[in-house]
Design a protein around this ligand. Sequence first.
Ligand SMILES: Nc1ncnc2c1ncn2[C@@H]1O[C@H](COP(=O)(O)OP(=O)(O)O)[C@@H](O)[C@H]1O
Ligand SMILES: [Mg+2]
Length: 447
Amino acid sequence: MEFDELNQLREALKSSPDNLPLRKYLASLLLKKERWEEAELEYKEALKYSPDDLELQIGLANAFQAQEKTGLGLVLIEEIVQKSAPPPTAWLVYAKLLLQSGQARDARDAYENAIALDPKLKDAYLESDINLKASKNQEPEKIKMFSGAPEENDTGTSVDIERPNINFDDVGGMQDVKEEIRMKIIHPIQHPDLYKAYGKKIGGGILLYGPPGCGKTHLARATAGQVNANFIPVGISDILDMYIGQSERNLHAIFQKARSMKPCVLFFDEVDALGASRTDMRSSDGRRLINQFLDELDGVRYDNDGVLILAATNAPWHLDPAFRRPGRFDRIIFIPPPDESAREAILELKLKGKPVGQLKLDKIRKKTKDFSGADLEAIIDIAVEAKLEESIRKGGALPIETRDLEQALKKHRPTTKEWFNTAKNYALFANESGLYDDILAYLNIKK
Ligand SMILES: Nc1ncnc2c1ncn2[C@@H]1O[C@H](COP(=O)(O)OP(=O)(O)O)[C@@H](O)[C@H]1O
Ligand SMILES: [Mg+2]
């Protein structure tokens, strides 16, 4: 039924492609149906007809946000909120994007702007999320960065420096990946002379890719904890700045900070956004930023000893091929959804310290094919909530039982399949030098 409506709209647009209200309607419908990727495409298409349309720009930013294309979303929306009298929905999308990029306090400001202008935009979930994150007590050290017009440098945005208290034991499964990280970046840091003696070059980074929620960020953080190093997570959105040349300076400031804080793990999240030039970023700006990044990474001009460089992306196919050259991200590791035993390990990790009965996790692990680590976390969350409610009703802390988890399974679908739908195409049709063989192997597709 609803499918029909979309098809009809698309048909209608074929015969009158410049009917802007129709285009807007189709795009907003896709947004409402949470078909984010298609919504993104429609908004981009509509913007070709009317590039300055605020409603379209906000819609696109919304689609970016929902797909965690945070950097792209921020670049777009910040230009809007800097205008006079931006619409309240712009502030709302801005708040979500800021939250996603870890800037909870700024997110709160933006959110307050939104509901001040339009109280109907009140969103209890978002609000509690923002308040939770904005009030996290530990106040991490900040790296000052330049932002805004050059003459107002000191009102900088900033990046956090953490000392993670998790290590490889907190990451379920991934034995091979952990081993690879040990060989490639942990041992060189601990035994530099040995590596030199054998003439083994140190340097370069590891790129992690795979479906969202499967532990890329978690693993990067645990790597830092494993070697008691500082952890500097960088979202590309933290770097991007609308002023020409400023993004490159921000990037350089981050690398310099990392070099002064070694040992340290410098982690670039959604690193593909750096190269997402084409339509989204002005392409020459994108190019400059990529070159800056490669220059910092090559360590020819700078000494990167003691700085472990990890990066993650859900969309490796958008990454500029120059990143993959030797000495740069020359190890590209697929982080698949957890297999059965990893799922059990993750469930155990996440249930630690909670009141549980005689759980038959082997039953749950069998029923959670295609679940990401984040999905498993969600299952536990759902079970915990139900149990809390029951405990309050009946009095006393009731233990979580196998059937509670089974109930929860009915309420949460695995989220990794969608990623594989896209990934499969790249693995089949753009698999230069076997880059995505791991995806094909995972999907049991013979080359
Ligand atoms: N292998 C794993 N072991 C433990 N926790 C995991 C694992 N994979 C995912 N998680 C949990 O799922 C959540 C999302 O993982 P994250 O690292 O943010 O995924 P990604 O960066 O790949 O999108 C994290 O909070 C983490 O606790
Ligand atoms: Mg992540």
